[in-house]
Design a protein around this ligand. Sequence first.
Ligand code: MG
Length: 259
Amino acid sequence: MNKIGVPRVVLCDLDGVIWLGHEPIQGSVDAIARLRALGAQVLFVTNNSATPVHEVEAVLKRIGIPADGCVLTSAQAAVRLVRPSERVLVCGGAGLVAQIGEIADVVVGHQEAEPEGVFDAVVVGFHWEFNDVVLRRAAQAIKSGARFIASNDDATYPTPEGPIPGGGAIMDAIAAACGQTAQVAGKPHQAMADLVRSRCANIEPSQMLMIGDRVSTDGQFAKVLGCKFALVLSGVTLDPSDSDADFIGRALCDIADQM
Ligand SMILES: [Mg+2]
């Protein structure tokens, strides 16, 4: 196995790499400490838009990974697709509502009162409250002229009990109902790449390494950024035979071993 070489920046996915349902994957906490001890800056890049950034940081800290200021979410990337003071219908979790609410006038899709008036954009992400009411409201707003934005398009979300429908499944339901396709913010799309670049000024993509468990998002994201990709088999990908990953490990600790 080729040595990876220590990158200046490790872009590390969370679900399926660090944890499953916030339960740490064996060896992941120690692996992050080893990467940092080798001199790599670690940024956690997640397509999870439902959990607020400060909560993600708190969970990482609780399992033994200090991460204040090191978490980038698809909710933060989605903010880049919304203009200040726009009126936005957010059909997503608390993390998406909070991030979009920092720049826009937000109406939450699953709240009881029927929203009135015209929306500039509908921003969709995973949320537990998704139902036919949210579906109808989102589709109606888009058909009335609102831009259709999704935080991420992951069809499934890995949990300790196996995959459950993800934000991409919700996005697809709304797309079917309104007949339009969404502009997607998260990995592997441009808004997330721009967010990473804005946080890594003066660092060449060749000095970065993306580590993730999903080829279609994490692997493709590495290509969009122009950096190398390390695939781990501790999440949604169990068979690496179709992957063109630069490096493969059973889990994050295997990748750290290769440095
Ligand atoms: Mg993942």
